[in-house]
Design a protein around this ligand. Structure first.
Ligand code: HEM
Ligand SMILES: *[C@@H]1O[C@H](CO)[C@@H](O)[C@H](O)[C@H]1NC(C)=O
Ligand SMILES: *[C@@H]1O[C@H](CO)[C@@H](O)[C@H](O)[C@H]1NC(C)=O
Length: 494
């Protein structure tokens, strides 16, 4: 039985514990609001949102009618530019003006590291370009830059034409959501481009279906237990690696003279220099898995972009019949020209004749900035424009704001390809970023999207069966909901 004494003792303990708890909670709250910095530095106004998740959930809700741009403007209006927030589990600063965005991209004093989320780095691997910094990053970046941009890409266009014809060959008479077949086509184009894997083969099919699972992972939380997207993505990535590493091994031995079926089908493996990479100041030779990760990360990061751009272009052209007509007329003219010359394939030099289609492409990239911003983490206290960005803080540079700035682009919410009659000015058009992490897939994306649109427009007409017209904005633009077209062949019209 309880005596009165013991009851009093319990009461005392409970009271003491309560006081401790309250002090602890206040401290925790204070640490949260000052991000562990105490009174040292609260760089600017802003809201850190909820404990732990901060404003991550609120920004994740940006889709459909709630645009990311609107979310940003609300904060800038309330707190001014360079305001603080809390995103991706880190105290953050929003770097929103053109000057601030450029500062983040250029990192003139080498005070930042890449802000890719933990899940992405774990799935892509430690040799992925997104995980590398400094000298190691420059080394790998240069090899990718030299082998994926235009002069190299030219050699692949004949095969790209073939893949596109093949992928579109079954469209006549179908009702389909074009995003999915576009996605599969791009994955196959990319596994051909990076590993020389024949796109008609069974391996390409298996890899493409695994890639759908892998790409769900980088934007999920890094909880590795059965059932989570992260868990599924990690396992699917392992299976892709198992399929690709034997090919890498074969390509490595082909280098020393032995024959290789993949090296032949890839014509010449353009990434031979990867085999000579040494990390950690030349101490560590790269493994086959390391090479595999370097070549997989462009596929995993960039693989969803081009298909989305194609689908969005079709969406905007369908909504604006006069633009569709104009694009179709241009495509027909080029096609006729080529037929007279006896050429079937589209080549890189034909792109300059597809001027309006290129304008449509640029306008899609502007109005739906596919990657709306980039993130970096301060590796030291950074002083900029009178503010201090403390070490360890996350910086988000949402350049989508530049693309929606009415001073740079009058009526920014209006889809208007005519605004790019003169090619975009690189200073105010940043869909692929800039600086030392400038997207190496920019020529690839343009070539593939414009070529695909050419093939679609020249062969098909369509009626819209259903269309949600909605996108998700964060962390990258993705079409959500239905976009079903009923497709008919239009060759008989010519
Ligand atoms: C619509 C399509 C695409 C868009 C909008 C896009 C956008 C971007 C942006 C904004 C960056 C800069 C990231 C940063 O500064 O941290 C980037 C980096 C990168 N992109 Fe793309 N990209 C697209 C497609 C592609 C494709 C198709 C590939 C591969 C062929 C690719 C490969 C890469 C790689 C490897 C990087 C990393 C560079 C680095 O961190 O050093 N991207 N992309
Ligand atoms: C990447 O390639 C482009 C075009 O060839 C070149 O202008 C640029 O300097 C290269 N960047 C790096 C970092 O090598
Ligand atoms: C378009 O039609 C032409 C003529 O029928 C055909 O040769 C070509 O392969 C078709 N292209 C696609 C992408 O279906």
């Amino acid at each position: 039985m309880w005596t009165e004494e013991s009851t009093n003792a319990v009461q005392k303990i409970v009271t003491t514990l309560s006081v401790f708890c309250i002090v602890f909670l206040i401290r925790a709250w204070w640490n949260w609001q000052t991000a562990g910095l105490g009174l040292k530095s609260i760089p600017s106004k802003g809201s850190l949102g909820w404990p732990i998740v901060g404003e991550s959930l609120s920004v994740r809700r940006c889709s459909g009618d709630i645009s990311f741009e609107g979310w940003l403007r609300e904060r800038i209006q309330k707190y001014g530019t360079m305001c603080k927030s809390h995103l991706f589990l880190k105290p953050s600063i929003l770097m929103t003006t053109t000057e601030e965005v450029k500062f983040v991209f250029d990192d003139p004093h080498k005070q930042m590291r890449n802000g890719a989320p933990e899940s992405l780095k774990r799935i892509f691997g430690s040799t992925s370009i997104f995980s590398l910094e400094g000298e190691d990053h420059r080394h790998v970046y240069k090899i990718l830059n030299d082998s994926i941009l235009m002069p190299e890409l030219k050699k692949k266009t004949a095969e790209f034409n073939r893949i596109m014809r093949h992928s579109l060959s079954s469209w006549d008479g179908q009702t389909l959501d074009i995003l999915k077949p576009m996605q599969t086509m791009i994955f196959k184009l990319m596994t051909f481009n990076f590993f020389g894997i024949p796109w008609e083969g069974e391996i390409a099919d298996r890899i493409a279906s695994l890639l759908y699972t892998v790409v769900l992972g980088p934007t999920s939380l890094p909880f590795y237990f059965p059932g989570t997207d992260f868990y599924k993505a990690m396992n699917a990535k392992t299976r892709v690696t198992e399929l690709v590493v034997p090919i890498i091994r074969e390509l490595r031995s082909a280098e020393t003279g032995r024959s290789s079926k993949y090296a032949r089908s890839a014509e010449k493996f353009p990434y031979q220099n990867l085999f000579n990479i040494k990390f950690n100041g030349g101490k560590e030779m790269i493994s086959d898995t390391g090479v595999c990760d370097i070549l997989l990360s462009p596929i995993l990061s960039g693989g969803q972009g081009p298909g989305t751009v194609v689908a969005l272009a079709i969406f905007h052209l369908t909504k604006n019949p006069s633009m569709l007509q104009k694009a179709q007329a241009e495509v027909d003219r080029v096609r006729k020209q080529k037929e007279e010359l006896g050429e079937a394939d589209l080549s890189v030099s034909d792109l300059k004749d597809l001027k309006y289609l290129t304008q449509v492409y640029n306008e899609v990239l502007r109005i739906s900035t596919i990657v709306p911003g980039v993130g970096r983490v301060a590796t030291t206290d950074i002083h900029f424009n009178g503010h201090v960005i403390p070490k360890g803080w996350f910086m988000l540079a949402p350049f989508v704001l530049i693309h929606m700035d009415p001073e740079l682009y009058p009526e920014p919410s209006k889809f208007n390809p005519d605004r790019f009659e003169t090619p975009p000015n690189p200073g105010k058009f940043l869909p692929f970023g800039r600086g030392y992490r400038h997207c190496v897939g920019r020529d690839f994306t343009k070539l593939v999207v414009v070529m695909t649109l050419y093939h679609i427009l020249s062969n098909f007409t369509w009626d819209v069966v259903s269309c949600s017209g909605k996108v998700q904005y964060v962390p990258f633009v993705k079409m959500i909901g239905d976009f079903q077209l009923s497709i008919k062949s239009r060759t008989h019209l010519l």
